[in-house]
Design a protein around this ligand. Structure first.
Ligand code: C2E
Ligand code: CA
Ligand code: CA
Length: 747
């Protein structure tokens, strides 16, 4: 070797040593290996990265084993082939150290010999954990930023607290990628927290949270209580190990909640509720995030404050600040919501406009403040009168409006005025040490007949009110015809109510005769009204009104009781008293307590059942056939007899008649009246008789007035008859005489 060569070699060696020193000192991994997968060199940084101390630990395995599976596949299938083909490859892969994955950026170089074959591969690997971590944090922060700005947008837009809460939860889950978010509100005393909004994966987590801050002996809600008491953000970055979460640990783990934060929501200075966010990552809430989250918290609280202020403004815009009742604007709004409903349900709505009289005098004598006090008191009484407060308004200056919905007839409006409203105002008002009596006038407009919208109805009610003032009437309907009709109805209704109270109703009895033996086989009780003004009033003139006003329930019960009492008395006096049938109205049958009422009238004495029966009009039974069948079944099981009244005038289908739990068919009087002259009436009567026979029912003919009719009915095989021929309906005293005579005339 020449001196030159030696020198050259030394230079190279020195150069190499220098390069090796550099490589050994770099913080990145530098390593090389042969094409069989054995590492031939790795610098100290590389060994540290892998958690090894010596090269042998690395070269004992295939060098690709230092990667987790996904990275191994990437390096083997893409990295190395690419480097072999093009000299080098770079990309993001990962290494394993003690089973943990370290994100790295990696360069692979392929070194060829003079023959062009691959001699060895080398790699340079940089740990990019820190970079990745900060990328993740930036992403997370971006998420939180997005939440912040979305919530701010919502705050600007929304008018309602509920919407703000719903949106906050939704945004937190959708944009913030929180696993679950919910808002709970405290009651006025801050004692109970109730969830009001939620979003995300919950699966029953909240069902148990109706938190009482007063009694949390188990300490389950410590974080929530802390957020409330300290009025600041409370964070738990490790739900699994945090003692404050001991009650919820398992439930939370099952749902993948690993960290959580609770924010107090403030309105003014008061904590009104809590927002809770649950993240699927441990240590989610770090300082930077918390700063943003506190900002979100402040913004929501600002939003709440804002909404409250606006609500207060709305209150002034929609409520009468003197009485606290809705003002005209709100009343119109609500009325316009009621009207379409009434239209669908085919019910009436009445708008009553009530004006307290002499308000000007009162203001002059007692001063404005006195007048205001009076109005406040009147408003309070109206509000407490049982009327729907939402349908009550004060338009100012002593003008009150009431909307009555769901009414069936005009008279209901008059009722409300005469009873509820009048009685509110009847008692004197104590204002400024004086007892004041107030009277009122009212105008009534009805939907749909007097107007289709709130405005028209109001104008017409106002017109009616003006007329009432001029005419000196207490109230007037807008439609003049209604006034007379309603007034008459109301008067009669009041009279009937009094008639019931004063026991002016009486029962007359008409005997039923057995057409074979001529004996009295039964009695029918028929109601009359003994009106002191006009004498005995027949039922057709007052029963419809009893039905309309609901008084029929009392009157019907009275009739049953009276019949039972008469029966007992006659029997007790040793009279041969047959079963008494009482007429029952469809309204009674439909009433839910009908069966119960009958049972109570019969009382415990079982023998009473055999003393009574009921008659129900055919068309009424058919009205709600299934319910009728059920009720009648129970009644018949009690031992009462049931007759289908006015049979032949309804449209019963034969299949139903067969199913009806009844004993008797009563052929309507209209067929009997012409039975001797009209062939069709004979056919109908004959058909009913055979129908009754084949169904095992007794058949009674009503309204028999002549011998001819009786004979014909006997020939047709009718069982019983009832009519003037034998006897008119008789007052009970006369009926008693008839029973006493033990009448046994042959027909
Ligand atoms: P209804 O049940 O069909 O009663 C028979 C009606 O015919 C009775 O009229 C009776 O007086 C009358 N009448 C009986 N025989 C003859 C006759 O030979 N010729 C003529 N022209 N009429 C005769 P009233 O008493 O005026 O009763 C009328 C209706 O009032 C009854 O018809 C019944 O539906 C109803 N009603 C009577 N009392 C009650 C009651 O206590 N409760 C209920 N809900 N309705 C009753
Ligand atoms: Ca009857
Ligand atoms: Ca009849």
């Amino acid at each position: 070797m020449s001196k030159l060569q030696i020198l050259e070699r030394k230079r190279i060696e020195k150069e190499q040593a220098r390069l090796v020193a550099i490589i050994e000192a770099t913080p990145d991994m530098v390593a090389s290996g042969d094409s069989d997968g054995r590492a031939t060199y790795c610098n100290p940084a590389g060994l540290r990265m892998l958690g090894f101390e010596r090269l042998q630990e690395l070269s004992a395995q295939h060098y690709l084993n230092v990667h987790p599976a996904w990275a191994e596949k990437l390096v083997r299938e893409t990295g190395i082939p690419h480097a072999v083909a093009h000299g080098s490859w770079s990309g993001e892969t990962a290494l394993l150290r003690g089973g943990r994955e370290i994100p790295v950026s990696q360069v692979i170089l392929a070194h060829k010999g003079e023959d062009g074959q691959i001699e060895y591969l080398s790699t340079v690997v940089r740990d990019i954990s820190a970079l990745k971590e900060s990328e993740r944090r930036i992403m997370r922060l971006n998420r939180v930023y997005a939440v912040l700005s979305s919530i701010n947008t919502t705050i600007v837009r929304t008018r309602s607290r509920q919407e703000l809460f719903d949106e906050t939860c939704r945004i937190a889950v959708e944009q913030g990628q929180f696993r679950f978010a919910w808002v709970g509100l405290f009651d006025a005393e801050g004692a109970h927290l109730t969830p009001v909004a939620r979003a995300g994966f919950e699966n029953g987590y909240l069902d148990r949270i109706v938190l009482s801050t007063r009694d949390d002996t188990a300490g389950c809600f410590r974080m929530l209580v802390q957020a409330l008491r300290e009025s600041k953000l409370v964070v738990c970055n490790d739900i699994e190990n945090d003692p404050r979460m001991k009650c919820w640990r398992e439930e939370a783990a099952r749902r993948g909640y690993l960290s959580m934060a609770v924010f107090p929501l403030r309105c003014g200075t008061q904590v009104v509720g809590l927002l809770s966010l649950y993240a699927a990552e441990r240590d989610f809430f770090d300082t930077v995030e918390m700063k943003l989250l506190v900002e979100i918290d402040d913004d929501i609280s600002f939003g709440l404050d804002h909404i409250e202020k606006e609500e207060r403004l709305n209150y002034l815009a929609y409520y009468d600040d003197l009485t606290g009742l809705p003002n005209r604007a709100l009343f119109y709004d609500r009325l316009n919501q009621i009207l379409p409903v009434a239209e669908r349900q085919k019910t009436l709505v009445a708008l009553l406009l009530v004006n307290l009289e002499r308000m000007r005098d009162i203001n002059e004598t007692l001063g404005r403040a006195g007048g205001d006090t009076l109005l406040k008191m009147a408003a309070r009484r109206l509000g407490e009168s049982g009327m729907n407060v939402n349908h009550l308004a004060h338009f100012g200056a002593g003008y009150f409006a009431v909307a009555l919905d769901n009414i069936q007839r005009e008279a209901d409006a008059a009722h409300t005025l005469e009873h509820d409203i009048a009685s509110c105002l009847a008692k004197p008002f104590a204002v400024g040490g004086k007892e004041l009596r107030v009277s009122a006038k009212a105008g009534i407009a009805l939907f749909p007949s007097d107007g289709a919208d709130a405005d028209t109805l109001f104008r017409n009610a106002d017109a009616a009110l003006k007329k009432a003032k001029l005419a000196g009437d207490k109230y007037l309907f807008y439609t003049p015809e209604l006034n007379a009709r309603v007034a008459e109805n109301l008067m009669l209704e009041n009279k009937l109510r009094r008639a019931l109270e004063r026991e002016q109703l009486v029962l007359h009895y008409q005997p039923k005769i057995d057409l074979r033996t001529g004996n009295i086989s039964g009695l029918e009780a028929l109601m009359r009204w003994n009106d002191p003004d006009s004498g005995l009033v027949p039922p057709m003139q007052f029963i419809p009104l009893l039905e309309e006003s609901g008084l029929i329930l009392d009157a019907g019960q009275w009739a049953l009781e009276q019949a039972a009492a008469d029966f007992r008395r006659w029997r007790a006096n040793g009279l041969p008293t047959p079963r008494i049938a009482v007429n029952v109205s469809a309204f009674q049958l439909r009433h839910k307590d009908f069966v119960g009422m009958v049972g109570r009238v019969l009382g415990d004495a079982g023998d009473m059942a055999a003393s009574l029966g009921i008659e129900i009009t055919e068309s009424m039974i058919m009205h709600d056939i299934e319910a009728s069948i059920r009720k009648l079944q129970v009644i018949r099981d009690m031992g009462l007899e049931i007759a289908v009244d006015d049979f032949g005038t309804g449209y019963s289908s034969l299949s139903y008649i067969a199913r009806l739990p009844v004993n008797t068919l009563k052929i309507d009087r209209s067929f009997i009246a012409h039975i001797t002259s009209r062939a069709t009436d004979i056919s109908i009567t004959s058909a009913i008789v055979s129908l009754g026979r084949s169904l095992g029912l007794k058949v009674i003919a009503e309204g028999v007035e002549t011998e001819g009719q009786k004979t014909l009915l006997q020939q047709l095989g009718c069982d019983e008859m009832q009519g003037y021929l034998f006897s008119k309906p008789l007052p009970s005293a006369e009926m008693e005489t008839m029973l006493r005579r033990g009448i046994n005339e042959r027909p």
